[in-house]
Design a protein around this ligand. Structure first.
Ligand code: MV4
Length: 503
């Protein structure tokens, strides 16, 4: 087993991986940009190395600085989390060359699954159902027209280097094909540095169902069932759950077997997710492989009881998988809400700034994976995810109620968050029925606005603030605060807590 791991990420996922290291007796090394000096992941890690200025390209995407930090601290392995360098074959190859173990798939598998058209060819050859469409990139733009006619409109333009919805376009009529292709190619070039696009049959209002898979370095593969991630807004997932209401045990088994086959024919190792689209007639199609630990991995952990980060680390260190498919079972129901620093009333505009107060929900069956604390700063430079609230209960209905009550207990002051929006989604009758297709947010929440506060509640809030101010000896006024000894300081308290002993 490794003695020391460097975590090449920030925020809640860095915190998640650091906790796994602590549990496995592994020393953790955080890396951070200049603006993240006081971040939670830096405080939690055993060691921390500054890797550059705030922009991600100069820090969290800076491969050389991260490798240098690993060598300087003697870290034997790097966990990339999600985003940043997590699915970058060049980074995986660099780690391989530098004799640092990349906790993720090998660079060849990353290369294959990152090339959507090549992956489609590989899957089709293996007898896996892909969405009808093209399996090669044409040399001339005129070659698309007969292809589109053969596939049948509407068709979807996708970037071969893409994924996650970037650079996608629906084309309903032949007249729109040429201009959409030109725009799609420009967009792909700008986003991925590669203008290659291809066409697929457009599947209407599909569900997004993905399977969690683990593969060790010796060809043993298991799946850990599905996550339903259809509740999305502009390709950003908002709520995920497991199990999916759309599957029965027979379909689940067929999809699970297909997911394992996808990893097998890709020469894949470590953790991965195989995404499928499920159409109205319950046909499923291979979509893509997410070659990383995903944001929504906790819902799988709660229904299977398997710690996916432990598994990733064990696999990377060369252990054989100890899990057997026949021992894995789904138990109860899990839901995850992503808590973003965004203002849902202002078209989800990111909301950076200081978190003045944070009250975390807790209780039976409640898990809060969080990257921030009362007093921390949310910078503008990175993905605005603050935390994830995950609940488990015996049934979906109980999980929804538990989620609602946890969201009610959740307080974040100082910045805007998606908490109020999430409460309304979880409470929506269509959501409760399980009508979760990819059009859900567009259909029911396009015009969403926060509920009006009553005059009475505003007066109550004002009274509470005045009372609190009085209790703190006028702490709300900065001048008075500096003279008051007993003003709460999260820094002092955290320091005392870490030192331990009697006050
Ligand atoms: C599609 C599709 C319909 N037809 N492909 C969006 C994310 C990317 N991974 C694939 N996506 C889609 N591909 C065909 N041929 C519809 C989507 C899609 C979608 C997929 C999953 C979850 C939410 C979605 C929202 C809109 C569109």
């Amino acid at each position: 087993m490794f003695k020391k791991i460097l975590i090449a990420n920030r925020g809640e996922i860095a915190v998640r991986v650091i906790k796994a290291c602590q549990e496995l007796g592994i020393v953790s090394v955080a890396v951070y940009s200049e603006i993240d000096r006081a971040s939670l992941h830096v405080q939690m890690a055993d060691e921390a190395v500054c890797i550059g200025p705030p922009p991600a390209v100069e820090s969290y995407l800076n491969m050389d600085r991260i490798i240098q930090a690993a060598h300087a601290t003697g870290a034997e392995a790097v966990h990339p989390g999600y985003g940043f360098l997590a699915e970058n074959p060049s980074f995986a190859r660099l780690c391989e060359r530098e004799k640092i173990i990349f906790i993720g798939p090998n660079s060849r598998a990353l290369e294959l699954v990152g090339d959507k058209v090549r992956a489609r060819r590989t899957m089709e050859k293996a007898g896996i159902t892909i969405i009808p469409g093209m399996n090669r990139i044409p040399k001339e733009i005129t070659e698309f027209e007969p292809e589109a006619r053969q596939i049948g409109y509407p068709v979807m333009i996708k970037a071969s280097a893409g994924g996650g919805g970037k650079g996608m376009r629906i084309v309903f009529l032949e007249d729109e094909l040429r201009p959409s292709l030109e725009a799609g190619m420009r967009e792909a070039k700008a986003a991925f540095g590669d203008e290659s696009v291809y066409l697929e049959k457009y599947i209407e209002e599909p569900r997004h169902v993905e399977f969690q898979v683990l593969a060790d370095n010796y060809g043993h593969i298991v799946h850990l069932f599905e996550r339903e991630c259809s509740i999305q807004r502009r390709h950003q997932k908002i709520i995920e759950e497991s199990p999916s209401l759309a599957l029965d045990s027979q379909l689940r088994q067929r999809m699970g077997d297909t997911a394992k086959k996808v990893l097998d024919v890709s020469g894949y190792n470590n953790a991965g997710t195989v995404e499928f689209l499920l159409d109205k007639n319950r046909n499923f199609y291979f979509l893509e492989v997410n070659a990383r630990l995903q944001v929504e991995h906790p819902v799988t952990e709660l229904v299977t009881g398997v710690d996916l980060v432990h598994q990733q680390i064990r696999i990377a260190s060369g252990e054989k998988l100890s899990l057997r498919q026949e021992d894995l079972k789904q138990h109860g129901h899990a839901l995850e809400c992503r808590i973003y620093a965004e203002d849902p009333a202002k078209n989800f505009l990111p909301s950076a700034g200081k978190i003045l107060y944070l009250k975390e929900p807790k209780g039976p069956g409640v898990r809060h994976d969080c990257g921030v604390y009362s007093g921390s700063e949310v910078p503008i430079y990175y993905d605005p995810i603050l935390a994830k609230l995950i609940v488990w209960a015996e049934t979906r209905e109980l999980a929804c109620r538990r989620m609602n009550s946890a969201l009610d207990d959740y307080v974040v002051l100082g910045i805007s968050t998606t908490i109020g929006f999430l409460k309304d989604v979880i409470s929506h009758p269509r959501f409760r029925e399980g009508a979760t297709t990819t059009g859900f947010i567009k259909n029911y929440f396009e015009q969403w606005q926060p509920r009006e506060r009553s005059e009475e509640m505003l007066r109550l809030a004002l009274a509470a603030a005045a009372f609190d101010d009085f209790n703190r000896g006028g702490a709300l006024k900065p001048a008075a605060a500096s003279q008051t000894k007993d003003v709460f300081s999260p820094w002092q308290s955290l320091g005392e807590w870490k030192i331990g002993g009697k006050r």
